[in-house]
Design a protein around this ligand. Sequence first.
Ligand code: TTP
Ligand code: MG
Length: 348
Amino acid sequence: MYLHLDMDYFFAQLEEKRRPMAKNKIIVVCVYSGRTEDSGVVSTVNYLGREIGIHSGMPIAFAKKRAPPADSIFVPIDREYYEQTSLRLDQIIRRSCDRVVQASIDEWNVEDKNAIDKAARLKDSIKNELGLTCSVGVAPSILGAKMAASKSKPNGLLILDKSEERRFIDESSLEKVPGIGPKTVAALNQIGAAKVKDLRNISVVTLAEIFGRKTGGWLHNLSSGNFDQDIGEEKPQDEVSRIGTLKESTRDSYLLLSKLTELENEAKEWLMNMKKSYKTLSITFITEDLKTHTKSTSFRNPKSWNEDISKDMEALVSEFLSENNMEIRRIGIRFANFMDMDCQTTLF
Ligand code: TTP
Ligand code: MG
């Protein structure tokens, strides 16, 4: 059996947790760009906020128009805190389940013979140890498990057997199926398919003609009850990056380097927590014409988070400034080419 676990309104739930007073308020987690007080977008929002139409990706200014000020809290995104919690969740899940693949910062896929028995216990452990709620789906396929988890949100648990899973997917509208994007949905709606079961009225040849062999074949399999069985592969993270918008576009190297140092510290906190050293440092410059430029340097020996790289950053910035005469709007830092520091930790 397969199990899919997805945290409920993850970033906003974590912000709610550290502000007990905020329990009945709308919590909007924001990615502020720093340009003006309200520029930037919404990262996520709790369910109270979703009820009044606030959603991920919405400009912060739009969200503020909808949210009554006395009942809402707008907070800046705090990635380190969410990543640390994600790591603790990962440990809890791996402690109790067989094959685990983390699919995103707040989602896990599991293949486990005893998934049905483990699902409720897993939810309890997460609640007891971290005080957080999640939604879990269990089904004979990973696709069914994912759809069951999202159906059961928030704080839900939905277990489907083979025939329930078939019926559930059959009756589902196409946009609810992970892997079917909005363009495919629109094209399928045009040829008269709204639900998965409607795909049975379209021949596999037609599906392949419109969407190509791979997607066409996959859609045909979906309507025949042959669902994905693969929980995917773990993609080890091999870089960490941070990007920020400057208060004003500039070519002043002092201003560029002070923003860069802020971003460097954030990214290095991640390196420290993850016990990674790196061999490549890159700086990204987004100029006024919105073009992206990158300058990189590689070190012969891996560097740890606590090594000073200010000279290297300065060199990359002045190299860029000497080659390009546009003002810089956004700047970013990236550490890549990781090595594990586990064996070296005693040195630090
Ligand atoms: P999701 O799991 O898609 O969303 P969620 O956990 O906030 O809500 P749900 O209960 O529906 O699962 O994404 C996980 C986190 O990723 C989310 O808390 C914030 C972040 N995120 C963004 O920053 N931007 C986005 O556009 C989306 C979709 C998510
Ligand atoms: Mg989630």
